[in-house]
Design a protein around this ligand. Structure first.
Ligand code: SF4
Length: 213
């Protein structure tokens, strides 16, 4: 039997951040600029320090979780999680800064991916925590989160396996720092298609959430 296509929690995060960026990273993959590589190494070191502390506090660290979700296999390694009765508490550490209130939707959806995987291990409820450099956001995973995640997973699989070009989720801050800005803006120049691109719904959805979940 043909194995099911895999979608990783980190892919869900990147797709929610910008579906078009996910496309470039999956199908084009430019060389990372030095500054971004250094930032990545620094982030990894901070992650390691947090992992050591989490282990000392009895958390389960970087365990691989996976489960079938319809025609897709969802896979991910939460930074760390613990169990309190029938509730799992999952923590995702981010070395960057969070929004003024709450958490970035992309980070929330990454945690929701882990929550779904943990719920398959029979934990009846999951509390998600996104820990930024200067703030922490704690939330209970709801059915609305799960419905949004299912839609995201389907679209990630579509873009990954069929190479569809999804919606550019533009913002000044994101696009200025983006390695693919030239290709991305050139791609849309003069294009006036009346089609609904994968990921276009995220624009309105994000505004309705105001990055606070
Ligand atoms: S330029 Fe902006 S919209 Fe285009 S891929 Fe990069 S972040 Fe996304």
């Amino acid at each position: 039997m043909k194995p099911k296509p895999v979608v990783r929690a980190s892919e869900v995060r990147l797709y929610t951040y910008c579906p078009r960026l996910y496309f470039f990273e999956t199908h084009v993959r430019a060389r990372r600029p030095l500054k971004a590589s250094l930032r990545l190494i620094l982030g990894r070191l901070q992650h390691l320090a947090h992992e050591v502390l989490a282990r000392l506090r009895g958390y389960r660290v970087e365990e691989l979780l996976e489960a079938d979700m319809g025609g897709v296999r969802l896979r991910g390694k939460p930074d760390y999680y613990t169990v309190r009765g029938s509730t799992a508490v999952v923590v995702e550490f981010k070395s960057g800064r969070g929004p003024r209130v709450g958490a970035w939707l992309s980070d929330v959806m990454q945690v929701v991916s882990y929550a779904i995987l943990l719920s398959r291990l029979k934990y009846t409820s999951v509390v998600g925590i996104v820990r930024y450099r200067r703030s922490t956001h704690t939330f209970k995973v709801t059915s609305e989160h799960v419905a949004t995640l299912l839609r995201l997973v389907d679209e990630v699989a579509l873009v990954k396996n069929h190479g569809l070009v999804p919606h550019p989720l533009r913002s000044y801050r994101k696009c200025l720092a983006c390695t693919y800005k030239v290709e991305c803006f050139t791609m849309d120049r003069g294009l006036n298609l009346d089609l609904e691109e994968p990921g276009s719904w995220l624009e309105g959805f994000m505004q309705s959430q105001s990055e606070v979940t």
